[in-house]
Design a protein around this ligand. Structure first.
Ligand SMILES: C[S@@+](CC[C@H](N)C(=O)[O-])C[C@H]1O[C@@H](n2cnc3c(N)ncnc32)[C@H](O)[C@@H]1O
Length: 305
């Protein structure tokens, strides 16, 4: 009797990983595109660079701008030493390492939807992942971990993070209200959220953006409207939601850096500055506090597990 060929199990597509996001952070590895530098993938916050106005901007400046975007976010937490942190959309995990090294946040967990990004993060930070330094207690948890998962389905327990942050990832989230609910769930009652990325300024702008910027047209980015983002966070129970537009310190210097470099000048759609100047989008820093603890029957406040 002829043997039936054995059926190999097919890898299941991840329903939370859109095709374009899968390609750009998979085989294309956006962090290697020269418009980004140093392994980060964000447009950068340039206001803290000394001598920003003078002379050409170097690749070191570019890397510093990307690190400074993280610093802007992490500064919003105030006290950080020894507090637990979760980064959503961590990419190669360089911001997680910065949070650990410069801010003393610990443990820091980096979450990313893309398995390749998690693999890159683990390879980049293999030493830190191995565990606490030799002078720490043997049973102390590793200071850093990377976990594959989606912003709208965070695979972590309730009330497990004191500082939750996200840098230039939320423009990819298909389900922002879902992310907001998950952020509210995983934050401890004394926790805080800080989120930075670019959003549309109005619904009319959201309709116009795909005509100007290919990443919206090809489905990589979603033109979320900033007021909807803030409303989603508030609807999830997060308190004291504050929005700060920081585009002035992002778009012009980023475009100037691109224009100064021959290999970058025409390689990336440089319409972000136009979109900013014509009032279609801006770069935002959004902060919020964890939901108020639920009052248990009898009057005492429950703070979750
Ligand atoms: C532009 S990169 C930013 C990476 C890093 N934060 C940085 O600034 O270098 C966006 C990252 O978000 C991740 N991402 C996209 N959608 C996500 C989702 N729904 N949940 C979690 N991560 C997501 C991508 O895989 C990618 O690594």
């Amino acid at each position: 009797m002829a043997q039936q060929p054995q059926r190999q199990p097919q890898p299941q597509p991840n329903p939370h990983l859109p095709d374009r996001v899968a390609a750009v952070y998979g085989e294309q590895d956006l962090s290697t595109v020269p418009a980004f530098a140093g392994g980060f993938i964000n447009f950068g916050y340039w206001a803290r660079l000394p001598d920003l106005a003078d002379g050409p901007l170097s690749e070191a400046d570019r890397i510093r701008s990307e690190q400074d975007l993280y610093r802007l976010v992490l500064d919003t937490f105030g006290r950080t030493r020894g507090r637990s942190a979760l980064e959503v959309g961590c990419g190669r995990g360089l911001g997680c390492a910065l949070a650990l090294r410069e801010y003393g946040l610990a443990p820091v967990t980096g979450l990313d939807i893309h398995p390749d990004q998690i693999a890159r993060a683990r390879a980049t930070h293999a030493e830190l992942l191995a565990g606490p330094s030799t002078d720490g207690p043997a049973d102390a948890p590793a200071p850093l971990a990377f976990v594959e998962g989606a912003a709208q389905r965070i695979p972590l327990p309730d009330a497990s993070a004191e500082c939750l942050y996200s840098v230039e990832a939320a423009q990819h989230f298909r389900d922002l209200p879902g992310f907001a609910r998950e952020a509210a769930r995983v934050l401890r009652p004394d926790g805080r959220l800080a989120l930075t990325t670019f959003f549309a300024r109005t619904h009319e702008a959201a309709r116009a953006l795909p005509g100007l910027l290919p990443p919206y047209a090809d489905g990589l980015d979603v033109p979320h409207v900033i007021d909807d983002v803030a409303a989603a966070l508030a609807a999830a129970g997060l308190r004291d939601v504050r929005v700060r537009a920081i585009g002035e310190a992002v778009w012009e210097p980023y475009d100037r850096y691109m224009a100064q470099r021959r290999e970058l000048r025409d390689a990336w759609p440089r319409h972000y500055l136009t979109a900013y100047r014509t009032g279609l989008l801006d770069y935002y820093l959004v902060t919020a506090a964890a939901p108020a603890p639920v009052s248990a029957p009898g009057g005492s406040a429950s703070t979750g597990p």
